[in-house]
Design a protein around this ligand. Sequence first.
Ligand code: C5P
Length: 220
Amino acid sequence: LAGGPLAGKHVLVTSGPTHEPIDPVRYIANRSSGAQGTAIARALAGLGADVTFVTGPADVAPPQGVRVVEVESARDMLAAVEAALPADAAVFAAAVADWRVASASDRKIKKDGSGSLPVLEFAENPDILATVAQMKKGRPGLVVGFAAETDDVVENATAKRARKGCDWIVANDVSPATGIMGGAENAITLIDETGAEAWPRLSKAEVATRLAARIAEALA
Ligand code: C5P
């Protein structure tokens, strides 16, 4: 029988980048590896949670022992998240593209030889975290967002927590000098309603282990 402090709890985790199509063969993406989200899903499953892992096209393989839902675009990710609810907790670690190409072409855009260049127009993607955090009915009891910042990390992440309506924000400094984006380590600040708690620089696996333990405490 499955044991652990999160046995019987359904936890949703989003992870990875999204790919926003330009045409059937081209897309716009970002550099998220999916490493931190994958580690979090693995740690939650290790505590006995029933995990739904909604992932964009990531560099790292999804963990064992979770329900994997693979998506490409932000809109696909929102639909998969809505389909996966209800959940006791939801962790939004995905690096969702802020914009998509407004009218992606059904056919490959051709170089026509005239020298004319395609012009891409963008549309704003849905904010998945804010959508779920602000649900009137069926909101998960604990909603955790991430904030990748390069400046004024705590200040910006605290404002983000209020704006999005989530319970916790895991803030990290992704300035290039930190080597965090795509690296094996992370230095986070956990922000909740009581304030900001800076964690030491840890492996992404250790960040995940500690965060999963905190989630288990919160759901207990
Ligand atoms: O606004 P920003 O992208 O900095 O917020 C980051 C947080 O919001 C992350 O938790 C990310 O997963 C989530 N997010 C989302 N949908 C978006 C944009 C961000 O769920 N369209």
